[in-house]
Design a protein around this ligand. Structure first.
Ligand code: MN
Length: 265
């Protein structure tokens, strides 16, 4: 089914300041699915939104015959699952008074034979560590990213120096009946580590530190790496909920021979 040995780990933490954890994470090794979401809304509506999004996406993948070899179809499925999650959050926000105005970001990954399809809305991110380089694969839907994309600033750091904050989203699930989803595909390779996370991690821990921890973690247990990242975000302030999921690509399972075809269903 998968050409590589895959390891998964995930953590979610309230952080040191917030009274609730409005993030959600769902990881299903049997599906090859990882989802991280960061909800916003009054009372407990943020939690409702992020959990509903993660559950809707999981169910969407559960009820399909999953494409393990057709990466283009997988990418469409990933985008479709996010659109379905948007409708679910939007409809609940319309119909339940406690849920008015709720929304959530989401980033998801779906592993096929030797590739990863991913999709996101908002500023929850996907990074890939390959060799010594950490690269952000997802594209943030935030005001600060937009001013950089439009050429007003050379980098997010430049925009921050000018006083532009990180916290204004330009897209989220639940704010309208339709949403535009960013999605992509990458081949996976032995030694890669993929990090899906909310801004409670990336807002506290600089990317180069993430890179160094993920490099150091190659030789150790993936759960310990997940814990180290949460601990570091808390030590650096923990001002937001911290959520992450890790996927590590191990040895190729098929040697030089043909890949075992996936079983039916
Ligand atoms: Mn957050």
């Amino acid at each position: 089914m998968w050409a590589y040995k895959l390891d998964y780990a995930w953590r979610t933490d309230r952080g040191r300041v917030r009274s609730h954890n409005e993030d959600a994470v769902t990881v299903h090794a049997d599906l090859g699915l990882l989802v991280v979401a960061d909800g916003v809304g009054g009372a407990s509506a943020g939690e409702v939104a992020s959990t509903l999004a993660a559950d809707t996406i999981r169910e969407c993948f559960r009820r399909q015959a999953l494409p393990r070899t057709d990466s283009e179809r997988a990418k469409q499925l990933a985008a479709g699952a996010v659109e379905e999650a948007n409708r679910a959050v939007w409809e609940l926000a319309q119909s339940k008074t406690d849920c008015v105005g709720m929304g959530t970001t989401v980033v998801l990954g779906f592993v096929g034979e030797d590739w990863l399809a991913y999709a996101n809305v908002g500023d929850s991110r996907l990074y890939r560590l390959r060799d010594e380089a950490l690269e952000q694969l997802s594209h943030d839907h935030s005001f600060i990213q937009e001013v950089v994309d439009q050429g007003f600033f050379r980098s997010l750091d430049d925009a921050r120096r000018y006083g532009i904050g990180d916290n204004i989203l330009t897209r989220a699930l639940g704010s309208s009946a339709e949403v535009r989803v960013s999605c992509g595909l990458t081949e996976i390779k032995t030694g890669d580590t993929y990090l899906f996370c909310t801004d409670g991690l990336t807002g506290m821990v600089p990317a180069d530190w993430l890179r160094q921890i993920l490099i150091a973690a190659r030789a150790s247990d993936l759960g310990l790496a997940a814990e180290a990242l949460v601990r570091l975000a808390n030590e650096r302030g923990g001002t937001d909920n911290i959520t992450l999921a890790l996927l590590r690509v191990g040895a190729r399972l098929d040697g030089e021979g043909p890949i075992t075809p996936p079983s039916a269903g």
